[in-house]
Design a protein around this ligand. Structure first.
Ligand code: TEU
Ligand code: CA
Length: 578
């Protein structure tokens, strides 16, 4: 595999609205992030993804952009951005901007012009179509529920509709229009010219449309519609020309790191999207999300236990490895409930489980993205009422749940279970008022554990989740393990239910990551571990060094013992150190 500058790095996702407020308005901002750069450096972060910070009406929290080449005043100015970029780079951290290219905001001047004149050039930046006898042009369902078509504002009596795969305030951009594509390349190059070397590409599969808008047979939801994602999966083969042109006209210029948010991945597409000369450098491992994303959330209390989590993650590791590609392992993000609440059994939905999950995520093959707050062991937020939610998707699901006959209490429990707001509550810095996030009133309620779960309480506790993350990123930067963790192969180590174990190995070194999520103690002679030949093949190089441990671990000679939540990384072979 061709070695790239981002291989072996650790990324961190900031949700700017909830990271650090600097001016007391209760909303995070760029100067707040600047004040926390030393914290991020000390955490061992190399890449820093900022969820959108552009001007926006914030209907979808900034994923509805009204000006692609500026900074939302609530977050700061372009000068603040330049200072953040420069000071981050001084600490060895490169910024990653969020590119939302499938849609803009209905407040964007392009859409305003399209509504003012449906025959204007800007109107063709969107999909504006006649209805079918007063009905929407097709039967696709939006990611946020309801039709992907709404009446064009100001033309309601002309049976004119526009397409939006997400909220009605997020009109989809017509990638079939070369003038629109030129606008896209220009805005991406604006940020590259400003020194940005990394991008996260939002919801990119949705940019391909069948211009005949044929619709699809209704799916299982029973509302006569079919989820837009079903159409994306059908059109996957047509996306290549768009993404190749995007890459050639922008990212290639500055050897940018790019990570795609792509939910549907096949054996074929993983090579095209993230293989050598792929459209992107990597893609998030969203395999767990793909399993959970099925019938409408408000009827499910789905979680994936450790075995299902490992099964999804390991399949992704093998799929990408076979394709000569790198994935981006995640536990969660701003769209997901907290990983430790979703993937750990009840008795490990706590700091122990967070340390165990971190050990898995940060030693897998690829570029891991730590989501803000995971490094503290933050779990899902306990919302007391629907009034504490902000996300339009959660509020919409609550309405659906009530309409489907659930009681208020049942509807609240369903929505809280999946809500994206679980991960959007403010970062917890200390035990002062508002957890040190703001001197004002936080825009979203604090996590219920803020008095005990916060950076200040963990900074000097060697056993804290925070120090666990720091030790894991230090492992990745350590010259003894860097190469095997950056480029080494991944091989499963099937030691039984409740155990998450895998090898990382190359010609010089073999490591074993092993985590016990069972309640009982696990003991094993490492020389008998499935796949141990990967380590014992060169007897003059083998060792048995416990290079990382969290929760309850002991290693006596080659006998490993893990308590409940025990997590270990053991070096079983190292050419240079034997
Ligand atoms: O998400 C796209 C997406 O498909 C998933 O987020 C998911 O389907 C959705 O969040 C419902 O669970 C991206 C952004 O990450 C998300 O925050 C935006 O709301 C969305 O695109 C529109 O830009
Ligand atoms: Ca602020």
């Amino acid at each position: 595999m061709e070695k790239k500058w981002w291989h072996g790095k650790t990324a961190y996702q900031i949700y700017p609205k909830s990271f650090q407020d600097s001016n007391g308005d209760g909303i995070g901002d760029l100067r707040g992030i600047i004040s926390r750069l030393d914290y991020l450096r000390d955490l061992g972060i190399d890449l820093l993804w900022l969820s959108p910070i552009y001007p926006s009406p914030f209907v979808d929290q900034g994923y509805d952009i009204s000006d692609y080449c500026n900074i939302a005043p609530v977050f700061g100015t372009l000068d603040d951005f330049d200072e953040l970029l420069s000071k981050a780079r001084d600490r060895g951290i490169d910024l990653i901007m969020d590119l939302v290219l499938n849609h803009c905001s209905s407040e964007h001047p392009w859409f305003k012009k399209a509504c003012a004149d449906p025959l204007s050039p800007e109107a063709d930046y969107f999909y504006i179509r006649k209805g079918r006898d007063g009905q929407p042009p097709d039967n696709l369902r939006s990611y946020f529920g309801g039709s992907v078509w709404s009446k064009l504002p100001g033309h309601e009596d002309e049976d004119l509709w526009y397409c939006h795969y997400f909220a009605r305030e997020q009109p989809d951009l017509n990638w079939n229009n070369p003038q629109l594509r030129e606008q896209i390349y220009s805005l991406v190059n604006f940020w590259i010219d400003r020194g940005v070397k990394g991008f996260r590409i939002d919801a990119i599969l949705s940019i391909v449309k069948d211009l005949s808008f044929p619709g699809l047979l209704p799916d299982a939801a029973g509302d006569g519609m079919s989820h837009a994602a079903n159409m994306n999966a059908l059109l996957l083969d047509r996306i290549g020309p768009y993404l190749n042109e995007l890459k050639e006209r922008t990212f290639v210029r500055a050897d940018c790191f790019t990570v795609g948010e792509v939910l549907t991945v096949t054996d074929k597409s993983v090579r095209e999207f993230a293989g050598t000369n792929g459209y992107f450098s990597t893609m998030f491992d969203l395999s767990c999300r793909a399993v959970i994303e099925s019938a409408p959330h408000y009827t499910q209390f789905t979680t994936l236990g450790p075995d299902e989590f490992a099964s999804c993650v390991f399949a992704t590791q093998e799929l990408y490895q076979q394709a000569g590609a790198m994935t981006a392992p995640i536990l969660d993000n701003h769209d997901e409930p907290r990983g430790v609440s979703y993937f750990m059994p009840e008795y490990l939905q706590n700091a122990q489980g967070a340390r165990a999950l971190a050990t898995v995520q940060l030693t897998l093959r690829g570029i891991p993205f730590i989501y803000q707050g995971d490094e503290l062991g933050m779990t899902n937020t306990h919302f007391a009422s629907i009034d504490e939610f902000n996300d339009l998707y959660a509020l919409d699901e609550y309405r659906h749940a009530l309409e489907s006959g659930l009681s208020d209490e049942q509807a609240l429990r369903c929505v809280a279970w999946h809500s994206r707001d679980n991960a959007r509550t403010p970062m917890l810095w200390d035990d002062s008022a508002s957890a040190g996030f703001t001197s004002g009133k936080p825009w979203l309620r604090l996590h219920q554990d803020w008095r005990t779960v916060n950076v200040k309480n963990q900074l000097h506790d060697e056993n804290s989740v925070l120090h666990t993350y720091r030790r894991l990123t230090a492992l990745k930067h350590d010259s003894r393990w860097h190469d095997v963790l950056a480029w080494g192969d991944f091989t499963r180590c099937p030691v039984g239910s409740g155990m998450i174990a895998f090898w990382r190995h190359d010609e010089n070194c073999t490591l074993l990551t092993i985590v016990n999520t069972r309640q009982d103690v696990f003991t094993m002679d490492l020389t008998r571990a499935p796949g141990a030949d990967l380590a014992l093949s060169a007897p003059d190089h083998h060792c048995c060094d416990l290079i990382f441990a969290a929760n309850g671990v002991s290693l006596v000679n080659t006998i490993l013992t893990l308590g409940c939540g025990g997590a270990a990384v053991i070096c079983l072979r190292h050419k240079a150190m034997a």
